[in-house]
Design a protein around this ligand. Structure first.
Ligand code: NDP
Ligand code: MG
Length: 386
């Protein structure tokens, strides 16, 4: 029995993880499940999976959670320390909280030398060097759930990147791949979250539409596979069949292919180093028939340039990029700014902030809060520009 904890169990990745765990319940035991504020769903999941611990991040909801779990022997808890407790309760922790809210619990798992199935890319982007260094010290293992990084991990087949000349991250191009800059500037939240190939949470769907998701993934790949950004390329591949590629020194390229269904990479990590059935639709290559590739448009998708700049600058560049983006995406989803303004707000923060990456997680979180405050102040004063 593998013991698994799920951070962010009520979300899109959390739900897919639960589908897989429940279909293979003879192989897995769920120790803990967490959510932000969705008490009813969290309690239902905890009862269904017979978890020992259910944690709600919002401390004001603890009594509600206790009530929802009354009559069961599931422990109810709330707040940051309880999230960290959930993170170290298992052999394998699935990190599926969205945003830097997931950083502290992921770091708790890293400190405890756990194996982490990482979906929460923002945590690695914000504190990359610190997290990798701590994992090296404790023996913690980061296994990538993000489909592109999981594809690369599969292509590497246990080898490091010593013989690799280049990684190629594929991108669907999102819902605005074929839209003009003018159309994109006025896009609504509903249009931005309507991803053509993948069904995901709202934040990552907007990130796919701006292609900031690929920017964050570039930084994620840099940390996971220890390659400089100039050896990581991005290629638009609208069919989302090839999930990424590795090019070796001899010119060979290896790719991983599959249906665009997150149960495939999640199942790969849950069963690793074995394999498990995922229920994902088999890829029918005759039906796919063709695979198309395009270079990303740097004018309509400035997020890619910003991510490269943040990584080249180093220090707190990636943290700044991520925190400003989280605030700008929230503001866009709330109707406070236009789609076309997301990247300019991120760029503004990146230009202003030039600090080293702090040496402790508390200081990383304090700097993250500072960038958020600065971005909110900027959003409050700047009128939408379209
Ligand atoms: P969702 O928005 O669907 O789910 C987010 C989860 O995190 C929910 O369980 C939510 O709880 C919880 N959560 C939100 N805010 C907080 C907080 N402040 N503290 C604690 N928990 C919180 O997101 P996704 O599942 O789409 O994405 C999760 C992560 O995985 C992201 O980092 C994303 O980039 C990454 N990822 C997602 C993919 C996808 O296909 N969805 C693909 C690759 C990576 P509640 O329900 O109570 O709000
Ligand atoms: Mg991805």
């Amino acid at each position: 029995m593998k013991r698994v904890a799920i951070l962010g169990a009520t979300g899109s990745i959390g739900t897919s993880t639960l589908d897989l765990l429940e279909a293979a319940s003879e192989r897995f035991e769920v120790t803990a499940v967490t959510a932000s504020s969705n008490v009813a769903e969290l309690a239902a999941i905890a009862r269904r999976t017979r978890a020992s611990l259910a944690v709600i991040a919002d401390e004001s909801r603890l009594s509600e959670l206790r009530e929802a779990l009354s009559g069961s022997n599931i422990q109810a808890a709330a707040g940051g320390e309880a999230l960290a407790e959930a993170a170290v309760s298992a052999d394998l922790v699935i990190a599926a909280i969205v945003g830097t809210a997931g950083l502290a619990p992921v770091m708790a798992a890293v400190r405890a030398g756990k194996t982490i199935g990482l979906a929460n890319k923002e945590a690695l982007v914000s504190a990359g060097a610190l997290m990798i260094e701590e994992a090296r010290r404790t023996g913690a293992v980061l296994l990538p759930i993000d489909s592109e990084h999981n594809a690369i991990f599969q292509c590497l087949a246990g080898q490091d990147c010593g013989q690799v000349s280049r990684l190629i991250l594929t991108a669907s191009g999102g819902p605005f791949r074929t839209w003009s800059a003018e159309e994109m500037a006025r896009a609504t939240a509903a249009e931005a979250v309507a991803h053509p190939n993948w069904s995901m949470g709202a934040k990552i769907s907007v990130d796919s539409a701006t292609m900031m998701n690929k920017g964050l993934e570039l930084i994620e790949a840099h940390h996971l596979f220890a390659l400089p950004e100039e050896r990581i390329d991005i290629l638009v591949h609208p069919q989302s069949v090839i999930h990424s590629l590795v090019e070796y020194a001899d010119g060979s390229m290896l790719a991983q292919l599959g249906s665009p269904d997150m149960r495939v990479p999640i199942g790969h990590i849950l069963a690793y180093p074995e394999r498990m059935a995922t229920g994902a639709r088999r890829l029918d290559l005759l039906e796919v028939a063709r695979l198309d590739f395009e270079a990303p448009d740097p004018v309509r998708f400035p997020a890619l340039r910003l991510a490269r700049e943040a990584l080249r600058r180093g220090g707190a560049g990636p943290l700044t990029l991520n925190a400003a983006n989280e605030v700008a995406v929230e503001a866009f989803l709330a109707g406070a700014i236009h789609f076309g303004d997301i990247a300019s707000h991120v760029e503004e923060q990146l230009t202003r902030m030039d600090k080293p990456l702090p040496a402790s997680i508390d200081d990383v979180l304090a700097l993250d809060a500072e960038v958020r405050r600065a971005t909110r102040a900027q959003l409050g004063t700047g009128a939408p520009s379209c």
